[in-house]
Design a protein around this ligand. Structure first.
Ligand SMILES: Nc1ncnc2c1ncn2[C@@H]1O[C@H](COP(=O)(O)OP(=O)(O)O)[C@@H](O)[C@H]1O
Ligand SMILES: [Mg+2]
Length: 514
């Protein structure tokens, strides 16, 4: 007997199963409709089959829409068929004004030729740096890359545009620093050959730099040990201060430079691919340090002078008195000549002590308003007699100088010392000129000679007591001048060459009133 209930239950179960499968199929169809599925994998008895669906390019559309670069599709005649939002942002135009318009509206006339050759070639690829016209009347620098695609009988070009504005700005920024920097900056390749040099470097080094080796074209000597400087030393140096070197040029005084170098390494590696060298001119700083050291020495000596000068002078006076007494006595008649020499030597020692005493720092000065030209005029007969005795000429060129406050006695001493040195530095028929003039709020007293120039041996020690190149020199004249200048808040500058020397004493003008 057939059980009537059995097939009904089976059928109901089958209906349930079919409904479940139908729901599953519907949801797959919906996913396909919404572009959520790119491909289907169908398992068959012996092998699996992949069916790629239409609309599978959805993911690429999203990618193109969202990517950071500008994208566009161009027809062979240059009409823009599609572009993404970034492309519109780069050319600063709304999308609806770009699509359907010609790409040639955006490309500058000087570049259209290249691009149209690419479009009409119907194949291949293209890459160039262009400047695209923008909707606001300006332009944007870009890299344009394009490839040609043929679909059926039509050819399209896909364009990717990268905005270079930020890159260009930082390049311009660096270029501006490079060009405007007062410090010389030099870039070298890994072999030490100069690839770039900024205007400050060209001006300082006065050489053909680019293309030459740094070590050959910029000969430098290390100040610490006097050895030849090599670029590698700066690259490998761990010192954050740098390396002090001296650079000697013909026709100009040597420069003291501070060298710092930074290396360029290959990405993530310690392999040197080049370096940037920065040179700082610290000549003035060094001179200032030397000047301070000199003043310091003068101070010590001045204090010493003040301390012992008087103590030494008193016994000298006593001895001199006795010697004079002996010259009058008949029993020393045979020794007159020696006694005269002894007195002369004592007088010389006394003179040195007098000069030495004027180095004392706390020596008081009597500053009164006056015109330097008057002091020079008053001294002139004496100076002229000196010059004549030595066979030289002396000229005074008193310019328009304002009244300054100075101690007449001291400035006479200063002029006398400078003029004597000038006269002594000239062999025969020399010309010594004393000039006064105003320059930038300063009154200048210049003493110029046509002598042999200051010996290199002592040029850095000028003003140090007892430094002399003369057989009978005391080496105190200039120390006194520097000290007098210091007491007058004036500065002494020296210009010297084999053609002669000029000492410039620069006084400040203190304007009174509003
Ligand atoms: N006008 C000058 N020309 C050349 N050398 C100079 C001149 N003035 C100074 N000097 C040098 O500076 C040295 C120091 O000068 P100074 O202090 O006056 O001492 P002194 O004249 O007694 O030697 C001189 O010995 C000389 O070598
Ligand atoms: Mg002298």
């Amino acid at each position: 007997m057939i059980n009537e209930c059995q097939p009904t239950a089976v059928l109901l179960e089958e209906i349930k199963q079919l409904r479940r499968e139908l729901a599953e199929a519907n949801s797959i169809i919906n996913a396909i409709k919404h572009g959520e599925v790119d491909a289907l994998l169908i398992s068959e008895e012996f092998n699996d089959q992949v069916y790629v669906l239409k609309g599978a390019d959805h993911i690429y559309r999203v990618l193109v829409e969202e990517m950071q670069e500008g994208c566009a599709t161009i027809a062979a005649n240059g009409i823009i068929l599609f572009c993404n939002k970034n492309f519109a942002d780069i050319v600063k135009l709304p999308l609806n004004r770009i699509i359907g318009s010609s790409i040639y509206n955006l490309i500058k006339p000087q570049n259209t030729g290249d691009f149209s050759s690419f479009l009409s070639a119907h194949g291949g690829s293209f890459k160039a740096e262009y400047s695209l016209r923008t909707g606001d009347g300006f332009s944007t620098p870009v890299i344009m890359s394009a490839i040609s695609i043929t679909l059926g009988s039509d050819t399209f070009s896909c364009l990717v545009v990268t905005d270079l504005t930020n890159q260009r700005r930082s390049e311009q920024f660096l270029q501006m620093i490079f060009n405007q920097a007062k410090e010389p900056i030099i870039a070298c390749d890994r072999d030490g050959r100069i690839t770039q040099a900024n205007p400050a470097a060209v001006a300082m080094l006065e050489e053909e730099l680019v293309g030459n080796y740094f070590d050959t074209v910029v000969p430098l000597v290390r100040i610490s040990d006097g050895t030849k400087f090599q670029l590698n030393q700066a690259i490998d140096s761990n010192s954050s201060y740098g390396i002090e070197v001296q650079h000697t040029q013909c026709n100009s005084p040597p420069l003291t430079l501070l060298i710092n170098a930074g290396r360029f390494n290959a990405d993530d590696e310690d392999t040197l691919i080049g370096c940037v060298v920065m040179l700082t001119d610290i000549t003035d700083k060094r001179l200032l340090a030397e000047e301070l050291a000199r003043l310091d020495r003068l101070n010590v000596i001045g204090e010493m002078a003040a301390g012992i000068g008087h103590e030494v002078r008193n016994p000298l006076t006593t001895v001199r008195g006795y010697l004079q007494l002996f010259t009058r006595k008949s029993k020393y008649a045979d020794d007159h000549e020696q006694l005269a020499i002894m007195i002369e030597e004592l007088d010389r020692a006394n003179l040195i002590i007098t000069e030495f005493l004027s180095l004392a720092k706390n020596k008081s000065v009597e500053l009164k308003p006056g015109n330097l030209n008057d002091t020079i005029q008053a001294l002139f007969p004496m100076l002229q007699a000196d010059a004549f005795r030595l066979g030289h000429e002396i000229h005074v060129d008193g310019g328009n100088t304002e009244v300054i406050c100075y101690d007449d006695k001291e400035i006479r001493q200063l002029i006398l010392n400078l003029v004597r040195n000038g006269l002594e530095a000239m062999a025969t028929s020399g010309i010594l000129t004393i000039r006064t003039y105003s320059e930038n709020d300063k009154i200048i007293l210049a003493v110029q000679d046509t002598g042999i120039g200051i010996s290199e041996k002592i040029i850095n020690k000028l003003g140090t007591p007892f430094v002399t190149t003369k057989e009978a020199g005391t080496g105190l004249g200039l120390s006194i001048c520097y000290r007098i200048a210091e007491r007058h808040d004036a500065k002494i500058e020296v210009k010297t060459s084999s053609e002669g020397t000029t000492f410039l004493v620069k006084f400040k003008v203190h304007h009174v009133g509003p």
